[in-house]
Ligand binder design. Structure first.
Ligand code: NAG
Ligand code: NAG
Ligand code: NAG
Ligand code: NAG
Ligand code: NAG
Length: 474
């Protein structure tokens, strides 16, 4: 053996032992603590082109520079603590919707009929952080609306407003039904009006026999007006004719002071945009929430075709679970968590109540046993950083003062069927804290929040009963 090949052999041996050792160590991700905030770095290329069977629109953070509203329009962003407080209100509220049915979401037998409870938003409306721009009416008027997988009835503020009660502040043009040639109000005998009654959102008739709706939120605020239909323009020539929505003439309550024009409901019940467009888009949609407010993502109606660039084969998939009593919500079965590349080895029974997947909950909630194990393993990989005081519901916090980049253990969510969702660094740590919190008790279902969903294309194939996660989509 020549000395050169001996050296090579030694190098190969040491390389092998290095790899073996690395396999036993934690794997890390680098988190950039100072991403650019001032300008919108819009990765237009990542917005899927609308094609046969799908329509895509740009989605942005409500307060980010990519938001279609003037970022200097004076919108006040809540503090982190206030946002976390509202996030807890939303989580508690969704939980209450299930009490009485005593349903854990997964495996619920669902014998009785649907329960009628108010929808989830209210003062937690502020946790709905992502907006899209759509056109409404003919000619189309641009409306900036928040998207919400946790509610069904869509609504926009309409003229006359206020009449007689005040509407909430809005940045865009007010939708005027009289100015749209395709607008129609539902009369009280229409099936669409009767359907509102099924979910407790009917509000009688006005003097002209027009169907009145009400959406009540968790904090007592509400939106009321006329249930209507008009043309909804998504991108370019993609239009939804006869789109049903609430033409809101009054929004009352503390939760209603944001400056968006309305809301698009993406829940699973009959009134949602997803259900309304089932024939066309197969009751399927996906979105990508950007890593930071300074970039944009997308919302797509319809499932990506299998194969090809953004094709269905590139998604890690897991079954979608639904509750018959509260059909709005979409659940997945989380089974374990991996920290630094190693599974915690949690018993699947820990997650027996299921995990709600929600665009409007910020922080992921885990059963206390799972949270404790995650926090402990994460802290073990963070010993080089000093601990910091808890921030609201977040108790695993670090002092990153003076640092531009930090190295954090990877965290992956492992779902039923083996789907491994290896979170983006911005989906692990937020505001210097591990962005997870425990539920109030072990029997409560958990929630996969929007922080953890960042940069993934999250596919809700409601028709097929499948969730998909595609990494690095925006
Ligand atoms: C992204 O798209 C917007 C409009 O959709 C356009 O104004 C902007 O120039 C595009 N940016 C790039 C980098 O192509
Ligand atoms: C729901 O479950 C709890 C404990 O699991 C029980 O105490 C309560 O009585 C149940 N409520 C109903 C309405 O079945
Ligand atoms: C209400 O709408 C239904 C169905 O579109 C129609 O048959 C009925 O005549 C309408 N009633 C009134 C009072 O306009
Ligand atoms: C709507 O909200 C206002 C303000 O919070 C409240 O006074 C009113 O009672 C609410 N209406 C209903 C029907 O809940
Ligand atoms: C964080 O660390 C910095 C410098 O390392 C120190 O000055 C500061 O007091 C620490 N803050 C807290 C809250 O511990």
């Amino acid at each position: 053996m020549t000395s050169v090949s001996l050296v090579l052999l030694l190098l190969l041996c040491s390389y092998h032992s290095f790899v073996a050792r690395a396999g036993n160590e934690q794997s890390y991700k680098v988190l950039d603590l100072n991403p650019s905030r001032a300008v919108c770095s819009e990765p237009n290329a990542t917005i899927p082109s609308s094609s046969d069977g799908t329509s895509s629109v740009t989605l942005s953070h409500r307060y980010g520079p990519c938001s279609p509203a003037d970022p200097n329009s004076g919108e006040k962003r809540s503090t982190d603590e206030e946002l976390l407080r509202r996030d807890q209100l939303r989580a508690d509220y969704i939980r209450r919707k299930f009490s009485g049915s005593n349903g854990t979401a997964a495996g619920e037998d669902g014998q009785s009929s649907k329960v009628s409870v108010p929808t989830t938003l209210g003062s937690s409306l502020d946790t709905l952080e992502y907006v899209i721009s759509v056109g409404l009416g003919s000619p189309a008027l641009t409306q900036r609306v928040v998207i919400d997988t946790g509610s069904d009835v869509s609504w926009v503020q309409c003229e006359p407003c206020p009449a007689p009660s005040p509407c909430h502040a809005h940045a865009g043009a007010l939708f005027d039904p009289a100015a749209s040639s395709t607008y129609a109000a539902f009369n009280c005998s229409a099936a669409e009006c009767a359907q509102l009654g099924d979910s407790g959102e009917a509000n009688g008739c006005d003097a002209k026999s027009r169907c009145q709706y009400i959406v009540k939120y968790g904090d007592g605020s509400n939106t009321t007006g006329t249930y209507s239909s008009d043309v909804l323009t998504l991108s370019g020539s993609d239009v939804v004719r006869g789109f049903q929505f609430g033409c809101s003439h009054a929004e009352l309550g503390a939760g209603m002071d944001d400056k968006t024009d309305g809301l698009i409901g993406l829940g699973g019940d009959a009134q949602s945009l997803v259900s309304q467009t089932a024939a066309r888009y197969g009751k399927s949609f996906s979105y990508c929430l950007p890593a930071t407010p300074a970039s944009s993502g997308f919302l797509t109606l319809g499932a990506p075709a299998s194969g090809g660039g953004g094709g269905a084969s590139r998604f890690a998939t897991t079954p979608m679970l639904r509750s018959k009593k509260v059909p709005t919500y979409y659940f997945a079965a989380l089974e374990d968590i991996a920290v630094g590349g190693k599974k915690l080895g949690l018993s699947p029974s820990v997650f027996a109540a299921g995990s709600l997947v929600d665009s409007g909950t910020v922080i992921t909630r885990l059963p206390p046993a799972a949270y404790a194990a995650l926090s402990s393993a994460f802290r073990a990989g963070m010993t080089r950083y000093a601990r910091a005081e808890p921030l609201g519901i977040l108790d695993t916090c670090f002092n990153f003062t003076g640092l531009d980049k930090v190295s954090i253990p990877t965290v992956a969510l492992v779902f039923a069927g083996g789907a491994v969702v290896d979170l983006d660094a911005h989906g692990i740590v937020s505001g210097g804290c591990l962005a997870f919190a425990p539920t109030r008790d072990d029997k409560a279902f958990g929630t996969i929040g929007n922080v953890q969903q960042r940069t993934f294309e999250v596919l809700y194939d409601v028709g097929g009963g499948v969730f998909g996660f595609r990494a690095g989509a925006c």
